[in-house]
Design a protein around this ligand. Structure first.
Ligand SMILES: [Zn+2]
Length: 451
């Protein structure tokens, strides 16, 4: 507590010793005033660290029940520091719609499909824009070429470093895998940005790690973490059809994917450790999330963006709130579904920044307090091929999916009775259960039929 300077303490008329004591007191008071001024210049809003990890599916993360020790550091973070969301569904099953939904809190049909081709600046308000207007320094670093600035992902960022397009000289080419900057490169870049931050502004730092994305070639020692024989070359990169996938190829593919996750967990933990050493740690919001899931022959092939089944959708989501956030306990697990569309409003709510009225998501603060999400329907989309989109609406119980004109569902599943989504209720010939039928009107995009 600052003891404020009082004018009476400097009044004349004291003896010499008294004058010295008075001067000392005045100096002390002045020092206290300067300290108070310095403190008041410190950013009032919390810092925000947003870590996005490509192709990280929830079912291969330790704290989401995976039997392998792929994510020891994220597991500890979730248990000790964060609120973990049991079921998080992104806005799409591939990078562009999923990330743009994170940035704009809009479904893909409102930020993306309204324009032909890939993502463009649709005019939607982004999280970085809102934060910059609220006084934040906004810095993004991405290793994913699909989120470079020509697709509109840099909007609102003071600085957007695209490590997929231009490899910085200090990146270390030996750590560039398949054209993607390795996790340790991003971590190093993130720490450098942290050290050169503007001390007068709160910081929004976004990092997009690529390691678990195909192809799977984890560096040592992670190449052997889940394999006793080594990984060896895996041919037919990206999508391996079931008829070509021998048991040996399947085993090695998953071993290597898990090795990439473990490597990325290590890289992210180094970043978190560095941030935790800063004086702002108690006032730092941290989001850790996957952008979408990954298929491993559940439908006969690998990859993502193929469809809207849960193996390509379910992602981990952990949010750390600033110390002292009322009624939110670290280690809480939120039951029930939330959407990627809800992440940006949550970040703004926690930072005390008003949410734009155009956003369609909602803050998850209440869910973090109660441990229950309420399970609102989430819209998710993918582009099957140029001009042909698939749109799904999911709740904790049901999912309905439509293709093309979205007038009628092509698929519907009871996710409780049939979590593997093998029994398409549309093909049974009987009316959909009321809970599924109620979702059908939501299949119609608000922004029209798209490209
Ligand atoms: Zn992705």
């Amino acid at each position: 507590m600052v003891e404020y300077f009082r004018l009476a303490d400097c009044a004349p008329g004291y003896d010499h010793g008294g004058l010295v004591r008075m001067l000392r007191k005045c100096c002390a008071a002045l020092a206290a005033m300067l300290t108070a001024a310095a403190l008041s210049a410190a950013p009032e809003r919390p810092d925000i660290l947003f870590v996005l990890i490509d192709s990280l599916k929830a079912s291969h993360v330790g704290c989401y029940g995976y039997q392998r020790d792929t994510t020891p550091n994220l597991d500890r973070f979730a248990a000790a520091e964060a609120i973990r969301f049991e079921t998080a569904i992104p806005g799409g099953s591939w990078t562009q719609p999923a990330v743009m939904t994170l940035f704009t809190s809009l479904p893909a049909d409102e930020h993306m499909r309204v324009l032909p081709g890939l993502a463009h600046d649709s005019g939607a308000v982004t999280l970085a824009q809102v934060l910059r207007d609220a006084g934040y320094q906004t810095v993004g670093i991405t290793a994913n070429a699909m989120t470079n600035r020509r697709y509109g992902y840099a909007k609102g960022f003071d600085l957007w470093d695209d490590y997929s397009m231009t490899v910085p000289p200090d990146a270390g080419l030996e750590r560039i895998s398949s054209g993607y900057a390795r996790g340790e490169v991003l971590t190093r870049a993130g720490i450098a940005k942290l050290k050169r931050r503007n001390p007068d502004k709160p910081l929004f730092l976004f990092l997009f790690y690529m390691d678990p994305h195909w192809d799977f070639k984890p560096p040592a020692p992670y190449d052997m973490k889940f394999s006793s024989t080594g990984l060896g070359p895996i041919r037919n990169a990206w999508r391996i059809d079931a008829d070509k996938a021998t048991p040996e190829i399947r085993r090695r593919t998953v071993d290597a994917y898990d090795g990439e996750i473990a490597y990325c967990d290590h890289a992210v933990s180094n970043l978190l450790a560095e941030v935790a050493r800063t004086p702002r740690w108690n006032d730092t919001i941290v989001v850790v999330m996957g952008d979408h899931g990954e298929s491993f022959w559940e439908r006969g092939f690998t990859g993502h963006g193929n469809h809207l089944h849960d193996e390509e959708l379910k992602v981990p989501l952990m949010i750390r709130v600033p110390a002292g956030a009322a009624r939110i306990r670290p280690g809480t697990v939120v039951r029930g579904q939330v959407g990627g569309i809800d992440v940006a409003p949550t970040v703004l709510d926690l930072a005390g920044v008003p949410v734009p009225p155009s956003w369609k998501g909602r803050s998850l603060r209440g869910a973090m307090e109660s441990g229950e999400s309420g399970g609102r329907p989430v819209v998710t989309e993918t582009r099957i091929r140029a001009g042909l989109w698939q749109r799904g609406v999911r709740t904790d119980r049901y999912k309905v999916v439509a293709v093309g004109d979205f007038d009628a569902p092509s698929e519907a599943y009871d996710l409780v009775a049939d979590p593997g989504e093998t029994n398409n209720l549309v093909r049974t010939g009987v009316p959909l259960p009321p809970g599924a039928a109620a979702l059908v009107p939501l299949l119609k995009p608000a922004a029209g039929k798209g490209e």
